[in-house]
Write a protein that binds this ligand. Structure first.
Ligand SMILES: CC(C)(COP(=O)(O)OP(=O)(O)OC[C@H]1O[C@@H](n2cnc3c(N)ncnc32)[C@H](O)[C@@H]1OP(=O)(O)O)[C@@H](O)C(=O)NCCC(=O)NCCS
Length: 211
């Protein structure tokens, strides 16, 4: 089902929220890299140079698209362009298999040794917190940098939660920004744990299954 009503806020251009198409993956990778460029984990992992952060995260996310065929992506489209999206790992698909990790190696290696070590520590800590209960794992979620705060992320989250509720599934995510905790709480997620990840405070959040 698609949502084609107008966006919240002052921008009157219509936004469509729907599944990402394969031909839109390059745009989606760029939106995630730009949208998350200044997130605290990215600064800690990739360093102080914003251009390097863009390049590094673009490579990593591009690699993840290639090795994660089970992953679903809900995107927001405005004037034919991807302006925001989230990855959604269906139940029992969020942990990478050994084969997937091996296929991700070229993308990881391109980050350089220091960033690789930090990304592995980051993802390793996240994995340790991953709930054992069946869950739909959200992330990454990003709205293009210039368009944040206009209701686009909320539109994507409403569609994600509608799908969770339709399937009676529970949701889970991690975030590295306090402002995002309040954002996700609006959609029924609650904090289950907090931990430092490569020196950055992180919050782990769960949304109980609803019938
Ligand atoms: C988090 C994010 C997806 C929210 O989407 P959005 O379209 O900006 O958010 P909306 O306009 O629908 O909702 C606004 C709320 O989002 C939260 N928010 C988080 N980061 C924000 C940002 N950079 N700009 C504006 N709002 C932000 C606030 O709670 C805000 O509520 P407020 O207006 O009452 O303060 C988006 O801001 C983003 O891409 N941020 C950078 C990347 C990121 O942190 N992704 C999530 C990783 S877990």
């Amino acid at each position: 089902m698609t949502d084609t009503s107008g966006p919240n806020g002052t921008d009157s251009d219509p936004i469509e929220v729907r599944d990402l198409r394969a031909d839109e993956i390059p745009q989606a990778v760029a939106v995630i890299a730009r949208g998350m460029r200044d997130n605290p984990l990215h600064v800690a992992a990739y360093g102080p140079d914003p251009d390097r952060r863009l390049r590094c995260h673009g490579r990593l996310v591009g690699g993840m698209f290639g090795v994660s065929p089970a992953m679903r992506h809900i995107c927001a489209i405005r004037n034919g362009a991807v302006v925001g999206l989230t990855g959604v790992a269906p139940v029992d698909t969020c942990r990478l298999s050994t084969g997937q990790k091996v296929r991700l190696l070229p993308a990881l290696a391109a980050l350089g040794p220091s960033a690789v070590a930090k990304v592995l520590s980051w993802t390793g800590t996240w994995s340790k917190h991953d709930p054992n209960e069946p869950h739909v794992h959200l992330g990454p979620l990003a709205v293009d940098a210039a368009l944040q705060g206009r209701g686009i992320g909320s539109r994507i989250m409403r569609e994600h939660c509608r799908r969770l509720d339709a399937a009676g599934e529970s949701g889970y995510l991690e975030t590295d920004k306090a402002a995002n905790v309040a954002f996700y709480e609006r959609f029924g997620y609650t904090v289950t744990a907090e931990a430092e990840v490569i020196g950055v405070p992180n919050w782990f959040m769960r949304r109980a299954a609803r019938t």
